[in-house]
Ligand binder design. Structure first.
Ligand SMILES: CC(C)(COP(=O)(O)OP(=O)(O)OC[C@H]1O[C@@H](n2cnc3c(N)ncnc32)[C@H](O)[C@@H]1OP(=O)(O)O)[C@@H](O)C(=O)NCCC(=O)NCCS
Length: 156
């Protein structure tokens, strides 16, 4: 059960958060908060028996998978773990019948846009942003970039 894994590895998750973000924002409550589909979609990224990263996603908007946060320990970055984790998330989402993965980048994630672009993610344009904000039921900060990719049940 993934929630129990998150509880068991909470100190490692908090350590990764501090190591990966200039302004670490996520505390225990963020990692452990229940959201629709979260425990089926999220994952710990394990390397040599230790937690090297995490992906937290949920179905906060019905019919699509939202990637809330992901990170890989700095010393483990650039080895394909992050890319593989996104692909694995897409497979889990497709298995649940979801059609799309969305994610939000703010200034703090400035240079990760190319990482997601390479995986096929595109920035939402004005009209799509409005649809997204409505579906999420909240206003979007203007500096917040939203990216999305379509997924199909046959995606691997
Ligand atoms: C984004 C992240 C999860 C990618 O994980 P990863 O395991 O390094 O990803 P991969 O090894 O699959 O892909 C690495 C590629 O993406 C690019 N990339 C990844 N992060 C990047 C960054 N912060 N800036 C620029 N390029 C980046 C690299 O150029 C690399 O390309 P290369 O293989 O040609 O060198 C990781 O860099 C990370 O944890 N960053 C800090 C936290 C963060 O910003 N998370 C995303 C927002 S929630």
């Amino acid at each position: 059960m993934i929630r129990e894994d998150f509880v068991a590895h909470l100190p490692a998750l908090l350590r990764i958060e501090r190591a990966c973000f200039a302004r670490p924002q996520w505390g225990a409550d963020h990692f452990l908060r229940d959201l629709p589909g979260k425990w089926e979609l999220s994952a710990l990224l394990m390397e040599h028996g230790a937690v090297a990263g995490f992906v937290v996603a949920s179905e906060v908007v019905a019919g699509s998978c939202h990637l809330h946060r992901m990170a890989v320990l700095p010393e483990m970055q650039g080895r394909g773990l992050g890319g593989a984790a996104v692909r694995a998330l897409e497979r889990r989402a497709a298995a649940r019948g979801l059609r799309m993965v969305t994610l939000e980048l703010d200034a703090e994630h400035g240079d990760t846009e190319p990482f997601y672009r390479r995986l096929g993610y595109l920035l939402l344009q004005a009209a799509e942003r409005e649809t997204y904000a409505k579906a999420k039921g909240k206003a979007l900060r203007p500096d917040r970039r939203i990216m999305s990719a379509s997924i199909r049940s046959g995606d691997t």
